[in-house]
Design a protein around this ligand. Structure first.
Ligand code: WQD
Length: 340
């Protein structure tokens, strides 16, 4: 079986990707520093796949530690790199923390496995587009000046990867630009595990629905959109995880040109109010919400053109808003009864 290193493999997208890698016959090796995840997710993953993946607790900023990992795990054929700080607001407050962590970890990893024929999948983001001129946004849309240090780390990392390939490296690399990952595995054994008050919409919705939060605040309803609230391209985390398997398979094929970029979304936009109504319709739970001021830095509307992902990556999202809402709710109910 092909060994695949999954950094940040105990995180939200990472854990779902580990499950899909096993389903696809790969042998995932999880690396996580537990700075934004819970080691018990390893047991949850084990319950789903029936085997316990190898796990290394490691901060990828520790250069010596990464080289020692590469010595212990020399036969890695692929790397899926999720491990990074990703809170937009926090990155504005502590930019150097973000630049240090997100770049040191990436560079250490690429250096430690340099020279081996490794297929490298990079976790990028639709934040590189800012507020696109054209919607749906394609991968050829000019990258806008980032609106946060977090978004900037994704933009600069993509440039670093392009430069690495241009230097003649024998890595093969795909950058995957995620839109808004939501939902949870159908088993409800893994899902989004925000630490503290959730920043993102869907975990705030489910925590409000279960009574952990008094009400949801909709950040603005005077945008230039049909119902005034912001529009995003929400994608089920399991669909997103499957796209990472598709990226590995693409790079394993003859003729892959060295570097490519793909939008991972559904190609459909939904407003905040539409998501709230979809949650209520799917779960039957009435959601208490109020309209509040717009959140600084929010993009008004963005959703992805996913033609290239369908035609080149050979991947398409299959799950819709109802499955995203029902799975997120099932996970919230599970984790409320079974705190990790
Ligand atoms: C979605 C919409 C909010 C909370 C995320 C990640 C970012 C990147 C892209 C990966 C916005 C509104 C939210 C709330 C609200 N992903 N909202 N009330 O901002 O699109 O960014 O996806 O790289 O890292 O953070 O997602 O879920 O925070 O917001 O009204 O309590 O929901 O204003 O319009 P966002 P989000």
């Amino acid at each position: 079986m092909k060994k695949i290193l999954v950094t940040g493999g105990l995180g939200f997208i990472g854990s779902h990707t580990v499950v899909e890698l096993v389903n696809a016959g790969y042998d995932p090796v999880i690396v996580d520093d537990l700075s934004n995840s819970n080691v018990k997710i390893l047991d949850q993953i084990t319950k789903i796949i029936g085997v316990k993946p190898a796990f290394y607790q490691l901060d990828l900023c520790d250069e010596a530690g990464v080289y020692s990992l590469a010595k212990d795990e020399p036969n890695v054929e692929g790397i899926i790199h999720f491990a990074a700080f990703k809170a937009v607001g926090e990155s504005v407050q502590f930019p150097l923390k973000y630049y240090r962590n997100n770049f040191y970890s990436l560079i250490n990893l690429l250096n430690a496995y340099a020279g081996k024929p490794v297929n490298f999948v990079f976790s990028s983001s639709c934040t590189v587009y800012g507020q696109p001129e054209n919607l749906p946004v394609t991968e050829d849309e000019p990258v806008k000046p980032a609106q946060s240090p977090y978004g900037n780390t994704k933009q600069i990392a993509e440039e670093m990867l392009r430069d690495l390939i241009a230097s003649g490296s024998n890595y093969k690399i795909t950058s995957l630009r995620y839109f808004n990952p939501v939902g949870a595995h159908e088993s409800a054994l893994i899902g989004e595990l925000p630490i503290g008050v959730p920043q993102n919409l869907v975990p705030f919705i489910t925590q409000t629905a279960i009574g952990k939060r008094e009400k949801l605040t909709v950040f603005g309803d005077t945008y230039n959109t049909p119902d005034g609230s912001c529009i995003r391209d929400y994608i089920h985390v399991v669909d997103l995880a499957k796209a990472h398997v598709a990226a590995l398979k693409l790079m394993e094929k003859e003729g892959f040109k060295g570097y490519d970029v793909f939008n991972l979304g559904t190609g459909k936009g939904n407003s905040v109010l539409e998501v709230i109504h979809a949650f209520e319709a799917t779960t039957g739970v009435k959601l208490p919400y109020v309209i509040g001021p717009a959140r600084p830095g929010d993009v008004e509307q963005v959703w992805g053109d996913v033609t290239k992902s369908a035609e080149v990556l050979g991947w398409k999202a299959e799950l819709g808003l109802p499955e995203m809402m029902s799975s997120a709710w099932a996970w919230e109910q599970y984790i409320n009864q079974n705190p990790l």
